[in-house]
Design a protein around this ligand. Structure first.
Ligand code: FA5
Length: 333
């Protein structure tokens, strides 16, 4: 009987080791340990054994065999359950993120991109960045820039006034040039500074004019600065920002705060000239308003429109489109 028990046990253990699925394992369980299983049958035959000793020995052998088979069975079953569950989970997996429309990642507005690129280029040329307030006093916006009350040049800037203090004393800045004065007052020369920011003009908007737009001001103050430095800086900037195929020129113009003054244009590779902004040598009255001695210091300044630059760079037909908040338009840049 002992031999029979061991044969059944070894056969069962062997089949369990070779099983390839939990169904195989269950079949072994049924055939060996089940109600009509081989070990159960042998157990039923215990009573037929002759002596108590034989019964005891065979009983112990049966229990040991049943325990060994049951343990091996549980072990294999656990392995198959884990593997089968992994397969089932993978098959039934629902990717909820696939069902949702993935929200697109946003990006900086086309004008912000131009602003940041301009800053990068000028920082690369050795400039620092400063900013001033959107709401300015008449003194910073006009007076300190050599435009006293009733100066005819003031009519070039259609001004939004803010109800604050004496009527007419507070304005939404019409250009970034007042930051020149603030920088001269705060930073001892030499100064190599750019001042980007939002500006406001009470103008009717059209394809090239906005009432709220952005300018980038530049200011250099040092000893012995000449118009050649201005032209060279504008040219270096033009090539760095637009590319090697572009070049620049200065055209005589008039601004109260620079003398001499110029408009600067860039020439595109196709030979077309585009006006970008104004510039010139800082007027002695402006240096004085900034607390600097014109006998000791000289410098140049420039200012151009960031929105128009973004417009030209991307071939946008109408500056107003950039602020229409039409996501289909904005997403293109
Ligand atoms: C000025 O604002 C001067 N402060 C520039 C300057 C600075 C000259 C330093 C000399 C020295 P102007 O009004 O031309 O100048 O404006 C400069 C640029 O701002 C223009 O060339 C244009 O690119 C942009 N700009 C002017 N008005 C508008 C507008 N309504 N909408 C969009 N861009 C504008």
């Amino acid at each position: 009987m002992i031999d029979q028990i061991h044969t059944v046990r070894d056969g069962a253990l062997h089949r369990l080791a070779a099983a390839t699925s939990s169904d195989d394992v269950r079949a072994v369980e049924l055939e060996v340990l089940g109600k009509k299983g081989a070990l159960t049958d042998l157990k039923a035959g215990l009573g037929k054994l002759a002596t108590i000793e034989e019964k005891k020995e065979a009983g112990r052998a049966l229990n040991d065999a049943a325990t060994q088979v049951a343990d091996a069975l549980q072990l294999r079953l656990g392995e198959f359950r884990r593997a089968e569950r992994a397969v089932q989970l993978e098959a039934e997996r629902v990717d909820l993120t696939e069902v949702m429309r993935r929200p697109g990642r946003g990006h900086a507005h086309v004008v912000t991109q131009a602003w940041q690129r301009l800053e990068d280029v000028f920082v690369g040329l050795g400039f620092q960045v400063a900013e001033g307030p959107d709401v300015e006093t008449d003194w910073y916006n006009f007076e300190a820039l050599n435009m006293p009350a009733n100066h005819p040049a003031r009519s070039m800037h259609d001004t939004f006034y803010v109800e604050h203090g004496t009527p007419g004393s507070t304005v939404l800045r019409t250009h970034t040039s007042p930051v020149q004065i603030r920088v001269m007052q705060d930073v001892p020369p030499p100064i190599y500074m750019i001042m980007p920011g939002r500006v406001f003009r009470n103008e009717t908007t059209d394809a090239t004019h906005l009432a709220v737009f952005h300018q980038l001001e530049g200011l250099v103050i040092d000893r012995g600065i000449t118009l050649a430095d201005l032209a060279g800086t504008i040219e270096a900037f033009t090539r760095a920002f637009f590319g090697e195929g572009f070049t620049s020129r200065l055209r005589p113009s008039y601004f109260p705060f620079t003398e001499p003054s110029a408009e600067f244009d860039i020439r595109t590779p196709s030979g077309e000239w585009l006006e970008l902004g104004g510039c010139g040598m800082v007027h002695p009255n402006v240096l004085r308003a900034g607390g600097l001695d014109p006998e000791e210091w000289s410098g140049f300044a420039f200012g151009f429109g960031i929105d128009r630059m973004a417009k030209e760079r991307h071939g946008i037909g109408d500056v107003r489109e950039m602020y229409s908040n039409d996501i289909r338009f904005i997403e293109q840049f």
